[in-house]
Ligand binder design. Structure first.
Ligand code: MN3
Length: 205
């Protein structure tokens, strides 16, 4: 079964004014679709085509060498966007419960976490993503949430980290509305984070 785009649980204009409808339409309909088409092409006729994309990207080093770059770029692009759409949503309420406890324990406060996340989003030179990740199951005694950036379409899964939240900082994600103002886009992002979904991933980590 070739991969296909997951259905969005909200309309293109649901994240306005923070992420505009035209950007959503092009980002999902064109950019994401292209990653999807290209990973299908790259894996066609191989046993990997039958596996979940998470498993493929986690095991990048086992992919035949002539396909590895295509899988890293397009498989990563397909997977990262699948993930991104789920952690976005209208009417963001902020984190609570165990997730908020972990954020406070790891970063000092929610505000300090946001500052660090925005800083890694800004310091990613060129295209890439900002991520909130965990290394295995988080506990008060053992575990730290981390904010990192990764270039291009690299996935935290490839280096054994579990993604909880991400922000696409490729220019295609914000240029129509924000032009070169990535910092403004990164700040606006907090208005459209689906923290219930982040918490669900945190609990499952
Ligand atoms: Mn993108």
């Amino acid at each position: 079964m070739p991969y296909s785009l997951p259905k969005l649980s909200y309309s293109y204009d649901a994240l306005e004014p923070h992420i505009d409808a035209r950007t959503m339409e092009v980002h999902y309909g064109k950019h994401h679709q292209t990653y999807c088409d290209n990973i299908n092409k790259a894996l066609a006729g191989t046993p990997w085509a039958e596996k979940p994309i998470e498993e493929v990207v986690t095991n990048l080093s086992q992919i035949p060498e002539d396909k590895r770059t295509a899988v890293r770029n397009h498989g990563g692009g397909y997977l990262n966007h699948n993930f991104f759409w789920t952690i976005l949503g209208p009417k963001s309420k902020g984190p609570s419960g165990g997730l908020l406890t972990a954020i406070n324990a790891s970063f000092g406060s929610f505000d300090s976490f946001r500052e660090k996340f925005e800083a890694v989003a800004l310091s990613q030179f060129g295209s890439g993503w900002a991520w909130l990740v965990t290394n295995g199951k988080w506990t008060m005694e053992n575990g730290q949430l981390e904010v990192i950036n990764l270039p291009n379409q690299d996935s935290p899964l490839t280096s054994g980290k579990t993604p909880l939240l991400c922000l696409d900082v490729w220019e295609h994600a914000y240029y129509l509305k924000y032009q070169n103002r990535r910092a403004e886009y990164a700040k606006a992002f907090w208005n459209v984070v689906n923290w219930e979904e982040v918490a669900r991933r945190f609990t499952g980590a």
